[in-house]
Design a protein around this ligand. Structure first.
Ligand SMILES: Cc1cc2nc3c(=O)[nH]c(=O)nc-3n(C[C@H](O)[C@H](O)[C@H](O)COP(=O)(O)OP(=O)(O)OC[C@H]3O[C@@H](n4cnc5c(N)ncnc54)[C@H](O)[C@@H]3O)c2cc1C
Length: 588
C-alpha cells in the first residue's frame, strides 16, 4: 500500500473518531485504522455521555465543531441536567444513549466524511526516522506512509481481561488485544509505558428485573440537547425518553462481596496497576466504606432495541457465580438474569508527562497521543483529547500556531494542562473541582467561549457563524437593556431570543463572583513563591478532602507553587490553603 496519507489515526474509539473527523474536515488526507470496524465508537462501559464536568467538555467539543454532541443528541434515550438544584455553574448535561445506535451513527459519520479512509487492521509498529514519524506498519507487513500519526488505542495495548481468577488477552470483552504496538512505542519511540486497570458491571436482561420494587428516574420534561446546532423544537418533538430506575445494595450484598473479596480480579494483575478511584468497583466501595450499609445502584437501559440493562454502581471483577449471587441479593433483582458478566481490564498507557500540551510526544516529532492511552478514563476525556490532537496535527501540517486551550476558557484546557504538567498516577477523570474558573466555564456558554476558535480552525460554516454573531449582538443588547429591534428566532436559529435572555440572567448572577474568581486565580499565580510555614498542619484545613490533606502532609511543600504542582492537588485546594495561611499570619 503506497498511498501517502497526511495523517493516520490508530484506533476508532472516542478519541480516534474525533481526531480523524477533524483532520478530514479540515481537508487533510486521513486514514483511520482500527482493529474492528464493527466496533467504531463502542461504549465499553456505561452508554452514557456527559455528567458532572464531562457534560461541559462535550459542549466545548461541539462548540468547536466536534462530533460527540451531535451523535449523542441523535442516539440519546434519556436526557437530564445534573445538579439542576444547584447554581448554573455546575449544571451538567448527561444523556443515556442507545449503545448500538451511537456506534452506528458515528461509523456513518466516519464513512461519509470526505478525505477520510477507513481500514480494518492492526498497526503493529510505527515507522520512525531521525526521531520523526514517517509511517505505520500493519499486521500484513505493509507499511503505509504518512506525515503524522495520532495514537488513540484506548484499553487495547497488551489488554488483559480478568474475571475472578481467570485471565485472558483482550482489548475489551470479545475483542482481541493489540499485542505488538507497545513494543514499538517503547523501542522505536522511547516512550515509557505503565499499567492501569478498570472494571465494568454485568448487564442483565430487563424482563428479569422487578421494577415495582425500584424508584423510577425519568428524564427532564423539557430536555436540552448537547449540540448547539440541534434544532431544539424538532428534536424535543421526536425524542422518546426511556426511564431509568434506582435500587440499593444491602447488608446481604455486602456480605457476599466481603466473603469473596480474595476471588476478585480487582486484586490481581500486575503489581501497581491502579484503577479509577472515582469509578470504584463494588469490592473497593465495600472495603473503603465498611460503615455504609447500602450503595445506590442506577438501573439503566442500553438501547431501544435491546433488553440489556446496565447496573451503574456495580462494577466488579468477581467470578461469575458470585456476581450472580450478589445481583440476586438486591431489591428488584432477585430473579435477574445476567447476559454479560462484569470484568476488569488491565492495559498499557503512556504517562502524559511524555507529551507536550499540543498532545505531540516530546521525543518523536509528529507523533500525537490522545485518549485513554494518556492515562485518562471516560469517553468525554478521550473525545476532547482526540479533537485537540486532530486539530494540532492539522495546524502543524499547515504550519500554523497550535491550539492550546487555556484553563480559564475550557475544561478541555484544564484536562490537558493537568495531565501534561502533573502526569497521572491513577486514571484521570474530569471534575468541576479541578477547574479554578468553573464559574465562568459553564455548559451554557461553551459557544461564547469557543465557537470562534472552531471557526478559525475551519470547522464552523459561514451560515452558522453569521447566526452566532447575531446571537452575540443580541446578548449585548439585552445586557444593555436595549431590547428594541430584536431579531426573530428564525434569524437566530439554532439560537433564540429566549436562550439569549437566559444566558444574560446567568451571566448577571455570576458577574460579581467571576470577578472575585479571577482575582483569586491571579493571586495564586502571583503567590507562586509564597512560603508555607514549616509546621503547617494540613489537617486543620476545612472543605478539603482527607486525601488532599494526606498528599499535602506527605510532601510538606515549601511554597504555594510547589503545593500546586503536587499530583491531584486542585486550584480550589490551593485557594483554601492560601486563605488559611493568611488567617494564621493574622492570628500570629
Ligand atoms: C471494561 C471497561 C471499563 C470501563 N470503565 C469505565 C468507567 O468506569 N468510567 C469511564 O469513564 N470509562 C470507563 N471505560 C473507559 C472508556 O471506555 C474509555 O475511556 C474510552 O472508550 C476511551 O476512548 P479511546 O478512544 O481512548 O479508546 P477506545 O474507546 O478504547 O478505542 C480504542 C480503539 O483503538 C483501536 N486499536 C487499539 N489498538 C490498535 C492497533 N494497534 N491497531 C489498530 N487499532 C487499534 C481499537 O480497535 C479501538 O477502536 C471503561 C472501559 C472498559 C474497556
Amino acid at each position: 500500500m503506497k498511498k501517502i496519507y497526511q495523517v493516520i489515526v490508530i484506533g476508532a474509539g472516542h478519541a480516534g473518531c474525533e481526531a480523524s473527523l477533524v483532520c478530514a474536515k479540515i481537508g487533510l488526507k486521513t486514514l483511520i485504522i482500527t482493529l474492528n470496524v464493527d466496533s467504531i465508537a463502542r461504549m465499553a462501559c456505561n452508554p452514557a455521555v456527559g455528567g458532572i464536568a464531562k457534560g461541559q467538555m462535550v459542549r466545548e467539543i461541539d462548540a468547536m465543531g466536534g462530533e460527540i454532541g451531535h451523535i449523542t443528541d441523535c442516539s440519546g434515550l434519556q436526557f437530564k441536567m445534573l445538579n439542576s438544584s444547584k447554581g448554573p455553574a455546575v449544571w451538567s448535561p448527561r444523556a443515556q444513549c442507545d449503545k448500538e445506535l451511537y456506534s452506528v451513527l458515528m461509523s456513518k459519520s466516519i464513512q461519509n466524511q470526505q478525505n477520510l479512509d477507513i481500514l480494518q487492521s492492526e498497526v503493529i509498529a510505527l515507522v520512525v526516522k531521525n526521531k520523526k514519524i514517517c509511517g505505520v506498519k500493519i499486521l500484513t507487513g505493509e507499511i503505509i506512509n504518512t506525515s503524522i500519526v495520532i495514537v488513540t488505542t484506548g484499553t487495547f495495548l497488551r489488554g488483559t481481561i480478568h474475571l475472578g481468577k481467570a485471565s485472558f488477552d483482550g482489548g475489551r470483552f470479545n475483542e482481541k488485544q493489540a499485542s505488538y504496538l507497545s513494543k514499538s512505542l517503547t523501542e522505536d519511540c522511547g516512550l515509557i509505558l505503565e499499567r492501569f486497570k478498570t472494571t465494568t458491571t454485568a448487564r442483565i436482561n430487563s424482563i428479569s428485573a422487578d421494577y415495582s420494587k425500584m424508584i423510577e428516574s425519568t428524564g427532564d420534561e423539557t430536555p436540552d440537547p448537547f449540540s448547539h446546532f440541534t434544532d431544539v423544537k424538532k428534536w424535543r418533538k421526536n425524542l422518546r425518553q426511556l426511564p431509568c430506575w434506582i435500587t440499593h445494595t444491602n447488608v446481604m450484598t455486602h456480605k457476599i462481596v466481603s466473603d469473596n473479596l480474595e476471588l476478585s480480579s480487582i486484586y490481581i494483575g500486575e503489581v501497581g496497576s491502579k484503577s479509577p478511584r472515582y469509578c470504584p468497583s463494588i469490592e473497593e466501595k465495600i472495603e473503603r466504606y465498611p460503615q455504609k450499609i447500602s450503595h445506590r445502584i442506577f438501573i439503566e437501559p442500553e438501547g431501544y432495541n435491546t433488553n440489556e440493562i446496565y447496573l451503574n454502581g456495580l462494577y466488579t471483577g468477581l467470578p461469575f457465580n458470585i456476581q450472580q449471587q450478589m445481583i440476586n441479593s438486591i431489591n428488584g433483582l432477585e430473579n435477574a438474569k445476567i447476559i454479560r458478566y462484569g470484568y476488569a481490564i488491565e492495559y498499557d498507557y503512556s504517562n502524559p508527562l511524555q507529551i507536550k500540551n499540543t498532545l505531540e510526544t516530546k521525543n518523536i516529532e509528529n507523533l500525537f497521543l490522545g485518549g485513554q492511552i494518556n492515562g485518562t478514563t471516560g469517553y468525554e476525556e478521550a473525545a476532547s483529547q482526540g479533537f485537540v490532537a486532530g486539530v494540532n496535527a492539522c495546524l502543524k501540517i499547515l504550519k500554523k500556531d497550535p491550539l492550546i486551550l487555556r484553563r480559564d476558557e475550557s475544561y478541555i484546557g484544564v484536562l490537558i494542562d493537568d495531565i501534561t504538567t502533573k502526569g497521572v498516577d491513577e486514571p484521570y477523570r474530569m471534575f468541576t473541582s479541578r477547574a479554578e474558573c468553573r464559574l465562568s466555564i459553564r455548559n451554557d456558554n461553551a459557544d461564547l467561549r469557543l465557537m470562534s476558535i472552531g471557526r478559525s480552525i475551519g470547522l464552523i460554516s459561514d451560515v452558522v457563524f453569521k447566526k452566532f454573531e447575531l446571537y452575540k449582538k443580541t446578548l449585548v443588547n439585552i445586557y444593555k437593556n436595549n431590547i428594541t429591534d430584536m431579531p426573530s428566532n428564525d434569524e437566530l436559529s439554532p439560537w433564540s431570543v429566549e436562550k439569549a435572555m437566559e444566558e444574560i440572567n446567568i451571566y448577571k448572577k455570576y458577574e460579581g463572583y467571576i470577578e472575585i474568581q479571577s482575582k483569586m486565580t491571579n493571586k495564586i499565580k502571583k503567590n507562586e513563591n509564597k512560603k508555607i510555614p514549616k509546621d503547617f498542619d494540613y489537617n486543620k484545613l476545612e472543605s478539603i478532602s482527607t486525601e488532599t490533606k494526606q498528599r499535602l502532609s506527605k510532601v510538606h511543600p515549601q511554597t504555594i507553587g510547589q503545593a500546586s504542582r503536587i499530583h491531584a492537588i486542585k486550584p480550589s485546594d490551593i485557594a483554601i490553603l492560601m486563605i488559611y495561611i493568611e488567617k494564621q499570619k493574622k492570628i500570629k
